[in-house]
Design a protein around this ligand. Structure first.
Ligand code: ATP
Ligand code: MG
Length: 283
């Protein structure tokens, strides 16, 4: 695979559940190192598209290639190898409620079976710190975490195998504005440090402005447009108009740049979520 080959190629995919068509002749390409956002109305088929990319759903017709491997047509061993090259943050976090934070993050490492037990603990603690959580958080159960912390733990688990490709389904949904901003800053930092390719489903306009390179719009059963935010936001399509309502004046390229610079300028809190910062100052 050449360095500039696409990491993901979705070619002419049609998906249906019980005869109900979700995607019709859908095409999408994702390039190495980019952050691509997927937007679309509720029920338009964004999560289903993500599940197709993960090989968790099979299309009626068409092909999905990841790292050059056609899903569904490559050998089970090849697919296993490809799977270890991506990490996923599911829409609801999908943490195991019976496992504590440490064991949730360690799970993909343990599944590999080839990682020695004494290496697992330092790797997990490193990821915990990388997503801005404290060592003490390792022993908490998911029920004891705030929404922002659940997202961070899910992100740590998605990153534990050092993937090249990261899938995020609504990473900031359900967070208060401050936690959402902290999460987006964390993503920007990780992307710079790890050189990740990211595919992110989001309906949060601020997240788009803060971090994405291209936006793909899923509507009318296919990708109706895919390009830079500043261009896509001006599409005369009812969904796009509604989505960017009240935000068009921020869409000039220099305004987006200024917004991103302003995020870098704000004081560095080490990626610690707002809720923890308040706790720390209170003691
Ligand atoms: N396993 C399934 N069996 C039957 N129908 C399904 C299945 N998965 C998804 N669907 C249907 O496919 C459509 C698209 O669902 P999907 O979850 O992909 O939407 P979405 O764009 O992610 O929506 P949201 O923004 O609300 O998360 C919905 O009508 C849903 O009911
Ligand atoms: Mg969804």
């Amino acid at each position: 695979m050449a360095a500039d080959d696409p990491i993901i190629e979705v070619d002419n995919v049609t998906t249906a559940f019980d005869g109900h068509v979700i995607h019709r002749h859908l095409n999408l390409t994702v390039h190495r190192g980019e952050v691509l956002a997927l937007i679309g109305g509720s029920g338009s088929g964004k999560t289903t598209l993500l599940r197709l990319l993960l090989g968790l759903e099979v299309p009626q017709s068409g092909t999905v290639k990841i790292f050059g491997h056609p899903l569904g047509r490559c050998a089970a061993r090849d697919l296993e190898r490809v799977r270890y090259r991506w990490g996923v943050l599911f829409q609801n976090g999908a943490l195991f409620s019976a496992l504590n934070v440490f064991d949730n993050i360690a799970l993909p490492l343990r599944e590999l079976k080839s990682v020695p037990a004494d290496v697992i603990a330092p790797l997990v603690m490193l990821k915990l710190a990388q997503v801005g959580l404290k060592p003490d958080d390792a022993l908490k159960r998911p029920a004891e975490l705030s929404g922002g912390m659940v997202k961070r733990v899910s992100l740590a688990r998605a990153l534990i195998l050092d993937p090249q490709l990261l899938f995020l389904d609504e990473p900031t949904a359900g967070l208060d504005p401050d936690s959402a901003k902290q999460f987006v800053k964390l993503l920007r930092k990780l992307r710079q440090e790890l050189g990740l390719t990211v595919v992110m489903i989001t309906h949060d306009v601020d997240t788009l402005f803060a971090v994405v390179d291209r936006v793909a719009v899923l509507a009318d059963q296919h990708i109706i447009a895919c390009g830079p935010l500043t261009q896509v936001a001006r599409l005369p399509h009812p969904f796009v108009r509604n989505f960017f309502l009240g935000h068009l004046e921020r869409c000039a390229e220099e305004d987006v740049k200024r917004f991103r610079l302003s995020l870098d300028d704000t004081s560095d809190d080490g990626g610690v979520p707002a809720v923890l910062r308040e706790e720390q100052t209170a003691h």
